[in-house]
Ligand binder design. Structure first.
Ligand code: NAD
Length: 442
């Protein structure tokens, strides 16, 4: 079991993992439904299929990604050949959240294994059925001394964080991200922090409103709004608001029917604590659509709120649920006044047919990633880095970048012995002008 040095062994274990996931796919989908009624379509698209595709890609490319890379040498070192070696960090801790409990646990784990690390995964206690099935699948695919799942809540998480790790990959809230960063600092352990934020969704006067409404409804209400990159609030040019709201209502009804609580395509809130947090956000707001709720089933309807006060609870923190506030702007100054109230978001969405305006916004505002004329879909391209900036996170992953995240990149120069230029050696007398000319020329 030489996972550190034997890339073939790593590949075989990943193939075993793929086999076990494919064999249990129906069960995983059912489990996700048991945890919070995640619709089958969403479970396949955003969880099982996503992981399977990531696994296949990793299995296909692992040898290429792990290979030492030759880079162009510096003329100062002539003659030399220069390489980057990918070295596994060692012991990796992955802590994952409940909202995409399968995908957000498995994807970092796959990359950490591919890169040659030993991995401990602590999945979320709030999606207990999914955590249990993850543990069973991992047990079948890996030796316990290679990859282990440790289930539990905050206490278990804290015990793990108190240990020394060579890398910690955390996905979750900003508040817990800070706890993880502090624990990691104790041993100078490098971290990736995939966190959240208040993601603006800006719509200008040139946007195709009907199409925008359709794409926003999908990105906002998938997983009942419990998506880190869901649009958090709408910021729309004032004159467009009435038409846009009409389209939004039409699209919501088209997607989930008139009796939205009966829709098989709409998930539930994960637990009572989050349900109460979200229902409190709706109190005292101007609800123009939805607003129905059920404490027993943790249901909250897709809900639209018009022009909330910026000091109200719904505009204070990340919503992370099926509530969409609609705010308006008239000038670019209004846009800045609202967006700059918040920390740098994980995602930013612009609906506009004016490329100059869209480019200006992308340059003016710092955010993790985003889309022009759509929502959420940037997540699905393996060739795009996915991660936050500032309070929305540290580091990024996906595709080959995930492999690189879990590898130390070791730069090595192999010096040739057939020539030894005298320039750098003492005594330095008279050599400085030549070295300066050489550096200038470079
Ligand atoms: P969370 O931070 O409460 O929990 C995440 C993990 O941390 C869980 O495994 C949990 O057991 C553990 N944890 C919780 N409290 C802890 C504590 N005090 N000390 C140590 N460990 C603790 O997050 P969540 O509620 O599971 O997920 C929702 C949050 O995650 C949202 O803010 C969302 O934006 C964010 N998120 C981000 C991404 C991303 O890719 N950037 C993806 C999904 C979710």
């Amino acid at each position: 079991m030489d996972y550190k040095n034997d890339i073939g062994y790593r590949r075989e274990t990943l193939k075993k993992l793929l086999y076990n996931i494919q064999k249990s796919e129906d069960l995983i989908v059912k489990t996700l439904y048991d945890d919070f009624k995640k619709p089958e379509f969403e479970a396949v698209l955003t969880e099982t299929n996503y992981v399977i595709s990531e696994l296949k890609d990793t299995i296909k490319n692992i040898h290429k990604w792990a290979r030492r890379k030759r880079v162009f040498p510096s003329i100062l070192n002539f003659p030399s050949t220069d390489y980057i070696y990918k070295e596994p960090y060692g012991n990796v801790l992955v802590i994952s959240p409940w909202n995409y409990p399968f995908q957000l646990a498995l994807c970092p784990l796959i990359a950490a294994v591919a890169a040659g690390n030993k991995v401990v995964l602590k999945p979320s206690e709030l999606a207990p059925n999914t955590s249990a099935i993850i543990a069973k699948i991992i047990e079948k695919a890996f030796h316990v001394n290679h990859v282990e799942v440790i289930q539990g809540g905050v206490e278990v998480s804290n015990k793990l964080l108190a240990q020394r790790w060579d890398y910690i990959f955390f996905t979750g809230s900003v508040a817990v991200g800070k706890i993880v960063a502090k624990a990691a600092a104790e041993h100078l352990t490098p971290v990736t922090l995939e966190l959240g934020g208040k993601n603006p969704c800006l719509i200008d006067e040139t946007a195709n409103l009907k199409l925008a409404a359709k794409r926003i409804v999908w990105g906002k209400f998938i997983n009942a709004g419990q998506t880190c990159i869901a649009p958090d609030y709408i910021l729309i040019q004032k004159d467009m608001k009435i038409n846009f709201i009409t389209y939004l209502m039409e699209e919501i009804t088209k997607s989930y029917g008139k009796k939205m609580d009966k829709s098989p395509d709409f998930a539930r809130i994960i637990n009572t604590k989050n349900w109460v947090r979200l229902t409190n956000m709706i109190q005292n707001e101007k609800v123009i659509f939805g607003g129905e709720m059920n404490a027993e089933t943790h249901y909250i309807a897709p809900t639209l709120i018009e022009e909330p006060n910026l000091d109200s609870p719904v505009m204070q923190e990340e919503i992370f649920g099926p509530i969409l506030p609609i705010l308006t702007y008239e000038t670019e100054g209004d846009i800045a006044n609202i967006i700059k109230r918040y920390e740098k978001p994980l995602a930013f969405y612009i609906f506009s047919d004016n490329p100059t305006f869209a480019k200006k916004l992308i340059k003016n505002y710092s955010f993790g990633g985003g889309c022009i004329n759509d929502t959420v879909i940037h997540f699905s391209n393996k060739r795009l880095p996915f991660g936050g900036v500032g309070h929305s996170g540290i580091g990024a992953y996906h595709g080959q970048l995930s492999f690189d995240v879990f590898s130390h990149h070791k730069g090595v120069v192999k010096k040739g012995n057939w020539l030894d230029l005298p320039m750098r050696y003492a005594p330095y007398k008279d050599k400085l002008p030549t070295i300066k000319r050489l550096l200038d020329w470079m």
